[in-house]
Design a binder for this molecule. Sequence first.
Ligand code: NAI
Length: 289
Amino acid sequence: MIIGIIGSGAMGAGIAQVAATAGHTVRLLDQTEAALARAQQSIQANLRKLAEKGKLTGAAVEAAVARVQPTRDYLDFSDCGLVLEAIVENLDAKQQLFRQIESTVSAECVLASNTSSLSITSLAAACQHPERFIGIHFFNPAPLMQLVEVIPAVQTRPGLANEIKQLLHAWGKVPVLAQDTPGFIVNRVARPFYGEAIRLLEEGLADAATIDWATTELGGFRMGPFALMDFIGHDVNYRVTESVFTSFFYDPRYKPSFTQKRLLEAGYLGRKSGRGFYNYQEGAPPPEP
Ligand code: NAI
């Protein structure tokens, strides 16, 4: 089956790598050439690292890299069996995208979104054939994280969720079925993790490095909340919080923070822009708890 992926940022590139390594031809589309070039470079670099560690042969790496075909043209999705989007976390943008691509894919093609928080049912509702629509939510970095949430919309045809779960098993993932509620499972549980950490910071009780140090060294978390938000990207993370907050009818438990909003406004998006809660620019002193 040929897989189409729209959006070649952190998630789209990672998912393309997973599908190509599993043997699929992948048509990877982005609105910018620069993003496509970055994605190809990162896929190549990641796979070559695996070869250096002896986890893949050199031939397998080159074959997987060659299976990822960059494109700017929706018509290249005409022979895809599954098209998954990983563009900006915005309902209008995603709905508009699905309206556009539905006429260019085959009748059998499954359409999916990697959204972290938006309603799968309202994305499906933008399609003429909502029964073929489903949420497939990977975690970052997609090649390393095993968990994938599979979220049927109200309109999704019976049986599709199981077909997607089987596909994900074949990709070496651990799929879990989630209901179509804001943030699904993990992103809902994670909201208070980020929110309380920012509140601690705002109240001046500890700085970011100390909170991260305490959660990782003492709490056993793999990453602290600030390092994790910087890794995810504040554009993505803030929009997810905003979406979960509004979708839960402004429940204060999920209220977004001004501190994070200001980072976003300043263009301090985290690792990807060189600055977030921490400074990743060359020569910057490492944070000390
Ligand atoms: P990103 O900002 O790294 O990449 C988004 C890409 O989409 C960019 O390359 C951009 O040029 C492209 N794009 C935007 N609009 C487009 C359009 N209309 N057509 C074609 N390409 C378009 O974002 P990231 O982090 O990859 O997130 C993408 C999606 O995945 C979002 O819905 C996000 O909520 C979700 N997600 C993000 C995670 C994360 O940790 N960053 C984890 C799991 C899901």
